[in-house]
Design a protein around this ligand. Structure first.
Ligand SMILES: [Zn+2]
Ligand SMILES: [Zn+2]
Length: 163
């Protein structure tokens, strides 16, 4: 594990700010997610165990849930996939998921300039204060396009419009 002392300190400070103790378990989970963004709990457990072999699956699930509630981790669930976690929070970025292999890429959406945070409400809707726009793009990654004869992007866009 190679994250800098600075990263660890920032995590420790954030944990304390939320009234949580700074534990080896929490730091190991944060480090594992940092190194394996967009990973399911199972992979995070395997990675965190390299740092902390005594870590149990149960405690990883508890820590992931808690850190997600504290918004120190972001959790998202692509269709047909377990929930994925990442440490990149608070910037309203979006995700593109390959519907063939499950590969995930981040898609930028700059804070404060995010047009998707200003929805145009239907006239019957009761407007809400929007905090995050969790946009999920679904497509076919380049590797899958190369190795499989999959429908071209125009057809794929038709499918996605139905979402
Ligand atoms: Zn793919
Ligand atoms: Zn992401």
């Amino acid at each position: 594990m190679t994250e800098t002392a600075g990263t660890h300190e920032a995590w420790a400070a954030a944990l304390r700010a939320h009234g949580r103790r700074v534990t080896k378990q929490r730091l190991a989970v944060l480090a594992a997610v940092e190194h394996h963004p967009h990973s399911p709990a199972e992979h995070i457990l395997a990675a965190a165990r390299q740092d902390l072999p005594e870590l149990t699956a149960q405690s990883v699930y508890v820590v992931l849930g808690d850190l997600t509630d504290l918004q120190m981790l972001r959790r998202f669930e692509p269709p047909h996939s377990p929930a994925l976690y990442e440490t990149r929070v608070g910037d309203n970025h979006h995700h593109a998921v390959c519907i063939s292999c499950g590969r995930v890429e981040d898609v930028e959406c700059a804070v404060g300039h995010a047009p998707c945070l200003t929805p145009s409400w239907d006239k019957n809707a009761r407007p809400m204060t929007i905090q995050i726009a969790d946009v999920l793009y679904q497509g076919i990654c380049q590797d899958c396009q190369r190795t499989q004869k999959l429908p071209s992007t125009s057809e794929q866009q038709e499918i996605n419009k139905g979402e």
